[in-house]
Design a protein around this ligand. Structure first.
Ligand code: ADP
Ligand code: MG
Length: 207
C-alpha cells in the first residue's frame, strides 16, 4: 500500500482528526513520562488539550477544503497546546495549509512538508540533530519524498524518535540538562511520530 494518488484525492478529515486525537489521548501518559525525564512533564497534557480542542471542531473543519482546515488546525494548536511545542506544531500545520493544494499528490506533500519543516526550524531557531521534533520531521519528509509506503513512513518516524535517545538536547527545556538529557527519547519527537503514524494508518486504510 502506498499513499498514492487514489488515496490522496479524498482526505477523510473527520477520520484523520479523530485518529490523531485518539492516538495522542492514548499516549498522553507516555508523553508526560518522557517530558518528566528531561523537561517539565507537561507535554502529554499540552498535546491532549490541543488535539481535543481540534477534535471539538471536527464538524466545522471537515467542511473546509484541506488547506483551510490545516490552517485552522494550526491556529487552534497555537492557541491551545502552549509550551514551546504549541507554536511549533501550529507553524507546521499552518504552513502545510499554506503550501498544499486542495487535492495534493505525493510530490505536493513532499514539497509542502519540506517548506513547512523549514518554517518550524526557523520558528524554533533549531536544526536537525538537536534532539527535537525536527529529528522526526526531516526523516519523515525524506521517506515521503523517496516514495515510501505509509507504513514505512510511520516506521521511519518511530525509528527517528527512538534515535533521539542518545542525542544531547541543544534546544528547548531539555537543553538545560546538558549531558543529562542523553539516554531519553525527546517527548516532541515521540509525539510527532505518533501523529505521523495516525495519519499514515488512516490514509492507508481509507481511500
Ligand atoms: P515546554 O518545553 O515549553 O514544556 P512541551 O513540553 O510541550 O513544551 O514541548 C517540548 C518539546 O518541544 C521538545 O520535546 C521538543 O521536541 C520541542 N521543542 C522545544 N523547543 C524546540 C525548538 N527550539 N525547536 C524545535 N523543537 C523544539
Ligand atoms: Mg514540557
Amino acid at each position: 500500500m502506498t499513499m498514492e494518488a487514489a488515496a490522496m484525492t479524498k482526505f477523510d478529515l473527520t477520520a484523520l482528526i479523530t485518529d490523531v486525537a485518539d492516538m495522542i489521548a492514548a499516549h498522553a501518559d507516555e508523553l508526560t513520562t518522557l517530558d518528566q525525564a528531561i523537561g517539565d512533564g507537561d507535554h502529554g497534557l499540552n498535546m491532549k488539550r490541543g488535539f481535543e480542542a481540534v477534535r471539538a471542531e471536527t464538524a466545522a473543519l471537515a467542511e473546509k477544503p484541506l488547506p483551510e482546515a490545516l490552517k485552522a488546525i494550526g491556529t487552534k494548536l497555537v492557541m491551545t497546546v502552549g509550551g514551546a511545542s504549541g507554536p511549533l506544531f501550529g507553524t507546521l500545520f499552518m504552513s502545510l495549509g499554506k503550501e498544499l493544494p486542495a487535492d495534493p499528490g505525493r510530490a505536493d506533500l513532499a514539497a509542502a512538508l519540506a517548506k513547512s519543516i523549514d518554517a518550524v526550524a526557523a520558528r524554533g531557531k533549531s536544526q536537525a540533530g538537536q534532539k527535537t521534533m525536527l529529528d522526526v520531521l526531516y526523516p519523515v519528509q525524506a521517506a515521503v519524498s523517496a516514495g515510501k509506503s505509509a507504513r514505512e513512513v510511520a516506521d521511519a518516524a518511530d525509528q527517528a524518535a527512538e534515535a533521539t535517545k542518545p542525542m544531547k538536547a541543544i534546544r528547548g527545556r531539555a537543553s538545560f540538562l546538558g549531558d543529562r538529557s542523553i539516554g531519553h527519547i525527546d517527548p516532541g519527537a515521540r509525539s510527532t511520530a505518533l501523529i505521523v503514524r495516525a495519519v499514515a494508518e488512516t490514509l492507508e486504510s481509507g481511500a
